[in-house]
Design a protein around this ligand. Sequence first.
Ligand code: ADP
Length: 318
Amino acid sequence: MIRKIGVLTSGGDAPGMNAAIRAVVRAAISNDLEVYGIYDGYRGMYEGKIERLHRKSVSERINRGGTFLGTARLPEFKYREIREVAIENLQEYGIDALVCIGGDGTYRGALALDEMNIKCIGLPGTIDNDIPGTDYTIGFDTALTTIVDAVDKLRDTSSSHRRCSIIEVMGRNCGALAIWSGIAVGAEVVVCSETGYHEDEIVDKICEAARSKRHAIVLVAEKVTDVNKLAKIITDRTPFDARATILGHIQRGGCPTPRDRVLASIMGVKAVEELIKGNSGCCICEVNNELVAIPIEQALTMKRDQVSEKYRAFKELW
Ligand code: ADP
């Protein structure tokens, strides 16, 4: 029987994390559990930055981006002796279970705590949509909306000047943001780890676009290629003058979309339900519009090929 739940956000922040914290707090209190906020992720757990939360602590938060609990990185959390100090801090407050909101690194931290008998449930909070096991992560829809909005604006200026806009989006090693936004804006080319970088193909497609259009849009996932170099290549080898725009951290901020707020809220409630049932070492996933809890270990070793599948399925759009 658990009595006190801690909630934390860790790794990169994502819009909708506040909605998830709110749901955990409200669900816990409705089930007569005490709930504690742990500030700055595992770093705050190690440093003892813990505070009791009440229903009102999470009022007026659902519409705000970022995370009011803060987030931080503590690479040393992989060492047992560091986690032992963090667990002692939890024990001081009588916290016997945790909801850890973040990406795969956060899940690894949760799993390591679970192995030390702290009950943990993970929630997928990242704009990258790169967590295996779940169709969508909290924050992805908002980041996608931000990208589409920015590209629509760039398209206005790019078509006025007969330009090619090259837009670098986030996503680390996962092309979900690039591919989904590429579909949504009608991009000429998408370049990400799933598509590979093929310079001649890109140039051919842009030349083809130049025959019938006043502009072209290329979406590039971060780290796949240098967008400024690509702009020079396109300027040299096609009729378009090309400009690169790196959207950067703007993609992480902003009001969460209704979809992210709802996803975060129902996942937060489900996380508390799982802890009450006695489950631990699991993460909450959305699969075909249904929420399921699967072991974190299983999620971390699953292949995540839905991004490549999406690219292949819609290849004729490009
Ligand atoms: P994300 O959760 O967004 O993937 P990180 O990879 O930075 O972000 O992970 C967040 C935090 O999770 C790290 O700073 C660290 O404290 C913890 N963490 C990551 N990997 C492990 C691990 N193997 N064991 C224990 N804790 C980990």
